[in-house]
Design a protein around this ligand. Structure first.
Ligand SMILES: *[C@@H]1O[C@H](CO)[C@@H](O)[C@H](O)[C@H]1NC(C)=O
Ligand SMILES: CC(=O)N[C@H]1CO[C@H](CO)[C@@H](O)[C@@H]1O
Length: 512
């Protein structure tokens, strides 16, 4: 694509000598001619211009195009339009034409036309700083700089912070406003190429949010985006900002842009047609079809409803307490994660779709938790519930439920890789499982066994205080910093308590 790049000091034009040396090197390597692509800055124009004159005298065929794609200026200024990110499109197309064997004159002629159809404007949330010195300008945390340059020059306006959508609208409106001196006229039906450029400090996530806003806004104006390039094409060190480049392109120019290059900054994006992808992403998210059996009724459902109601109410009440415990060891969201599951269960109760047997009920809960809870605990609860459900296919008696609980715990161990004693939610649940094995079908001792299981679970949860975390998030923390019980274990015990409390209540007579 390019045969050479001549670097100066940071943000400084290279000296004439370096440029002349590069031109002579190309000539000696057999180049038919040399084209200099220069951004419109005084120092660059002068030094490249001098080198051009110097090497021309030596008989080398050399030309220069100056890129001035800046759309920031509202009135005519002495400084003139600067060269910005649009330059990379000029590099690409000039390189492609050269590969095709076009003459220097043809290339320059075409580039001059392209240069008149090209515009760029940027915005930033934070300035850049030249290595070794401070920021090039100062921005308050709630301010943005509009229409800045790539060498740390301040922009044309400072505005209060606004959303990505609003920022993009503002930039595009400014760039295309016919009353502004340096505008690029863009109308409905125009075919354009878009670059959403990272000025250096944006994350991939942020850049793609901005790109999405730009595509949305341009499409709302019925502009046809032929190509969209998103990435770090022309950066200003670590500046937290973005620039948009728009270029009108015909079929021939698109072919030049699409032509192959091995330039690492370009290769991966050459064929992206973002527009189509964005459109297909606008398909609304459809809930997977519900394949469960229809909702049941009768004593089982009544009991299940009161248990689920008690569990979800408990978890919602404990949200802050669990978050607080989790702040010590993890990221402080254990309560929030459980609350999400609780909300999903409440929604199930409101929808009235509680299945009429244990097998379907656990599958249904497993599915709901998988969809809504999130996190490691969400995945583990979901796997456990689905594994547990298998025990209740033909049987709904107490020993089947105890076996189900046990299968759930085994699945949790298998997939989670934890054992009792590792300071996880497994500690309280496994302690309960040991006790629940005493559940028999004859004795009618279920509530008593459950009460004992709960006691064991609560004690085990409390005992996690003194355990060293071996798996999970807490394992990254030195144990001396952990002085309180594991939130997952506490939540497990609380769920068991909720189940017991609900089962101890007399089933209300349902009157239809
Ligand atoms: C480049 O900037 C100068 C002023 O520095 C201005 O006079 C000139 O018109 C600009 N070039 C282009 C191509 O816009
Ligand atoms: C001088 C001038 O006409 N400036 C305009 C440039 O574009 C912005 C944004 O659309 C307008 O608000 C200005 O009036």
């Amino acid at each position: 694509m390019l045969s050479g790049a001549i670097a100066g000091d940071v943000f400084t034009s290279p000296p004439t000598g370096s440029i002349s040396a590069a031109i002579r090197t190309m000539d000696r390597a057999g180049a038919a001619a040399v084209l200099l692509i220069v951004k419109n800055y005084t120092g660059d124009r002068l030094n490249f211009g001098l080198a051009l004159e110097e090497t021309k005298v030596e008989g080398i065929s050399v030309e220069m195009v100056v890129v001035a794609d800046d759309c920031a200026f509202t009135t005519k200024k002495k400084t003139g339009r600067r060269g910005l990110c649009g330059t990379v499109l000029i590099h690409k197309m000039a390189g492609a034409m050269s590969e095709m064997g076009k003459s220097l004159d043809e290339i320059v002629e075409r580039l001059k036309i392209i240069l008149s159809k090209l515009g760029t404007m940027g915005i930033c949330l934070s300035p850049c700083s030249v290595p070794g010195s401070g920021p090039t300008f100062h921005l308050e945390t709630d301010e943005m700089e509009l229409g800045l340059g790539i060498h740390g020059e301040a922009g044309i306006a400072r505005i209060k912070i606004i959303s990505a959508d609003e920022v993009i609208q503002k930039i595009i409106d400014h760039m295309t406003n016919p009353s502004n001196e340096s505008h690029l006229s863009v109308q409905a039906g125009d075919h354009i190429v878009l670059i959403v450029n990272n000025l250096g400090g944006l994350s991939c996530l942020e850049l793609n949010i901005v790109a999405n806003s730009a595509v949305k806004y341009l499409e709302s104006k019925e502009v046809i985006i032929e190509r969209a390039y998103i990435g770090s094409f022309m950066t200003a060190l670590e500046m937290g900002g973005t620039s948009l480049t728009l270029m009108h392109a015909d079929h021939e120019e698109l072919k030049l842009l699409d032509s192959h290059t091995s330039a690492p900054g370009w290769a991966t994006v050459a064929k992206h047609r973002l527009v189509r992808k964005c459109r297909s992403l606008n398909v609304p998210y459809l809930e997977p079809e519900n394949t469960d059996t229809p909702p049941g009724s009768g004593p089982f459902v009544d009991k299940a409803r009161s248990v689920l109601d008690m569990i979800s109410t408990t978890l919602l009440q404990m949200e802050e307490e669990l978050n607080e415990l989790d702040r010590e060891a993890g990221d402080g969201d254990c309560g929030t994660t459980h609350a999400r599951a609780a909300e999903a269960i409440k929604n199930l109760l409101t929808s009235g779709a509680v299945p009429g047997n244990g097998h379907q009920l656990l599958l249904c809960l497993g599915r709901i938790i998988r969809e809504h809870m999130g996190g490691t605990s969400g995945a583990l609860y979901s796997i456990s519930l689905i594994a547990a459900a298998q025990n209740l296919k033909d049987n709904n008696n107490p020993s089947a439920w105890a076996a189900a609980f046990n299968s759930g715990i085994e699945a949790m161990k298998r997939y989670g890789g934890a054992e009792p004693g590792d300071r996880t939610m497994l500690d309280s649940l496994a302690a309960a499982a040991d006790e629940l094995r005493k559940m028999t079908d004859e004795g009618g001792n279920e509530l008593q066994v459950l009460a004992e299981a709960l006691q064991k679970a609560a004690a085990a949860a409390e005992a996690t205080k003194d355990m060293i975390a071996k798996v999970g998030r807490a394992s990254y923390i030195t144990s001396t910093q952990l002085t309180r019980p594991d939130p997952g274990a506490v939540a497990g015990a609380a769920i068991l308590k909720a189940i017991l409390t609900a089962l101890e209540q007399p089933t209300p007579e349902v009157q239809e």
